[in-house]
Design a protein around this ligand. Structure first.
Ligand code: CAA
Length: 244
């Protein structure tokens, strides 16, 4: 895979879980990485101390914060060529118990964040004739999941967003792809009630949770300079749980 160390990559939710693995894999491959995080300062500090990766703090659900944050990254590290929209939250509840704020927070962060980040970088990518955008969707956006109408809608939206934006970028050197992870061994999945999680894992043909670096592997593949013919695609990395 062709790599270009000059390229600057921004990973949202980049200091923990899947995002952390993506940030580290990109750095190891020679990219200049900026990891964006929303709240956990202590984790961000230990992440930077261990990896040397610069972190930036803002909430991706804020359009204005994405704009100013991305300008700051460009000023500090150089023009942004690669965005990995990984930041995501859950507010799981059945429809009966879900309130409007649980819907809004998940849609605004998981899907709105994707728009805000792409919008902030899009004009620059068009001007330079190069861009790589990877959106982290989910098996639950493909197949649905009990207790996740908000999350499934947002992640399903990400898959539609990816297919639409890829058509706008295709002739301009910008690829837009998605990865749909299955159940990965992260804090987010650890929050699923143990009895529910046990049943989910029993249905995964590979018979285990995925590892965060198994998602990062897919990201590296998609952001490479010579991946220019891959656009509008979704790579499912889910241990065979859902074949889409
Ligand atoms: N299918 C059918 N029925 C289900 C069900 C399922 N998958 N899950 C729960 N139920 C039923 C229960 O049996 C129960 O039925 P009864 O009332 O008839 O006994 C009823 O729904 C309520 O279940 P709970 O007691 O669990 O209700 P709760 O309100 O405490 O919690 C829940 C509901 C929030 C959905 C909880 O079950 C839960 O957290 N489930 C896991 C959801 C999940 O998988 N989230 C993924 C998070 S990780 C992630 O999102 C990353 C990714 O991309 C993969």
């Amino acid at each position: 895979m062709a790599k270009n160390p000059q390229r600057v990559a921004v990973v949202t939710g980049g200091t923990r879980g899947i995002g952390e693995a993506i940030s580290l894999a990109l750095k190891d491959a020679g990219y200049t990485v900026a990891a964006v995080y929303a709240g956990n300062d202590e984790r961000a500090r230990s992440f930077t101390a261990a990896s040397g990766i610069t972190t930036f703090k803002w909430d991706v659900s804020s359009f204005d914060d994405c704009k100013t944050g991305m300008e700051k990254i460009a000023a500090q590290l150089g023009p942004v060529d690669i965005i990995v929209n990984n930041a995501g939250i859950t507010r799981d509840a059945t429809m009966k118990k879900m309130n409007r704020s649980g819907w809004d927070e998940v849609l605004d962060t998981n899907l709105g964040g994707c728009f805000n980040m792409c919008k902030a970088a899009w004009d620059g990518m068009l001007e330079r004739g190069f861009g790589r955008i990877v959106n982290i969707g989910s098996i639950n956006g493909q197949a649905g999941q009990y207790g996740q109408v908000n999350y499934a809608a947002a992640k399903s939206g990400i898959h539609g967003f990816t297919k639409a934006l890829s058509q706008e970028g295709a002739a301009k050197g910008i690829t837009v792809n998605a990865i749909a992870p299955g159940y990965i061994d992260t804090d987010m999945v650890a929050a699923v009630p143990p009895d529910v999680l046990e049943k989910i894992v029993a249905r995964i043909p590979v018979k285990r949770l995925g590892k965060a670096n198994e998602i990062a592997r897919g990201v590296l593949f998609l952001v490479a300079d010579d991946a220019g013919f891959i656009t509008g695609s979704t790579i499912s990395i889910n241990g065979g749980q859902h074949m889409y």
